[in-house]
Every structure is written in C-alpha cells, then in structure tokens.
Design a protein around this ligand. Structure first.
Ligand code: ZN
Length: 187
C-alpha cells in the first residue's frame, strides 16, 4: 500500500484570528505537525492544499450565508492565505492551490505549482490510499474526501485532526462520509 496524507487548507484565515476562523483550527495545525514529525514514515507523500483566491466571484459576499457565500478569505498572496505558522511545512512534499476564479472546496479541483492536478500528483507517486485531515471538516475536508473516494482511492479521514464550521454540519458530514465508504479514523 502506498499512502499519502492530504492536509486540507490549514491557513491563517481558517484558524483563530483569521477572517473565516474555524474553532480548533490552530490546534489542528499543531496536531498535524506533530503527526508528520513523529510518523512521517507512514506516508510516501504529504500534500497540503490551500484556498488561493484571485477573483472567486460569488464565493465571497459582504453578507455571507456561511453555506454558499463567505467573507473574503485566503486572497492569493495576502497574509490570510499563508499556511498557518504552526503547520510545519518541512514534512510537506507538494502544495496544491485551488479556487483562483471560483469556489473550490475539493483539493481535486486544484493544481500543484507545476500544473499537475492532485489526482496526477497522487497517481504519479503510486498512491492508492489517502488520509485526509484539516479544515473544514464540513466543507473542504468533506469535498476532498468524497472526490478521493470517487477517484478510486481508499480514504480515511483523521477526524481528530479536523475542525468544522458548525457541530451540526460536521456531524452530518462525517456520517455522510462514512456512509459513502470513507473510513473514519484517528491519528
Ligand atoms: Zn474559499
């Protein structure tokens, strides 16, 4: 088995103090860093995705509904789009950016700096199994895990290394993922 870790959107704006802060985001950053530092040998590849918005249209709103529209966040090149400082980038092999010109919840909608899709990055590394962790459980983690499953990977969501926008949508998302065939695991 060749396994990758996909670290979803552990960015300044999604952690405490950010423009779209998710409670627990900073702790997720620390705990993912601890996992990678202690158990890097579990993974043949570690990928970090990031929301990287240039002009995402109606994804941003001055009157957001926090379902389909959101306060401005993760604007490309701005401090809020940076990876959270407590996410240790030393163990991360590839960064995948998504959402330049439209909402993109799934990392599979993004591209590495060299233009490869996340699917290509994983397949070229021979990956057949992925662990997914990060922010937010009920949006980008959910979408990334579902796309990974649809692409044929074995998928585990490390639910103790995720943070969600609301408790209700987080619980519903985890249930949906499990019903779809995602394994709910822990670090
Ligand atoms: Zn976004």
């Amino acid at each position: 088995m060749t396994r990758a870790l996909i670290v979803v959107d552990v960015q300044v704006d999604f952690c405490e103090g950010g423009s779209l802060a998710v409670a627990g985001g900073a702790q997720v950053a620390r705990r993912i860093s601890e996992l990678v530092a202690a158990h890097r040998d579990r993974y043949d590849l570690v990928v970090a995705t990031r929301d990287w918005h240039v002009a995402p249209g109606a994804h941003f709103s001055s009157a957001p509904d926090y379902v389909d529209t959101w306060p401005a966040h993760c604007v490309a090149g701005q401090p809020g789009a940076a990876f959270y400082p407590e996410l240790d980038m030393a163990g991360i092999d590839v960064v995948v950016s998504k959402g330049a010109h439209a909402a993109a919840y799934s990392g599979f909608e993004g591209n590495a700096d060299d233009g490869r899709s996340l699917d290509q990055v994983l397949r070229e590394a021979g990956v057949d199994s992925v662990d997914v962790a990060g922010i937010a459980t009920d949006y980008c983690v959910r979408a990334t895990a579902l796309d990974a499953l649809a692409a044929g990977f074995d998928v585990t969501v490390l639910s103790d290394l995720c943070a969600g926008v609301t408790p209700a949508t987080t619980a519903a998302s985890l249930q949906e993922l499990e019903s779809a065939g995602v394994v709910l695991g822990s670090s």
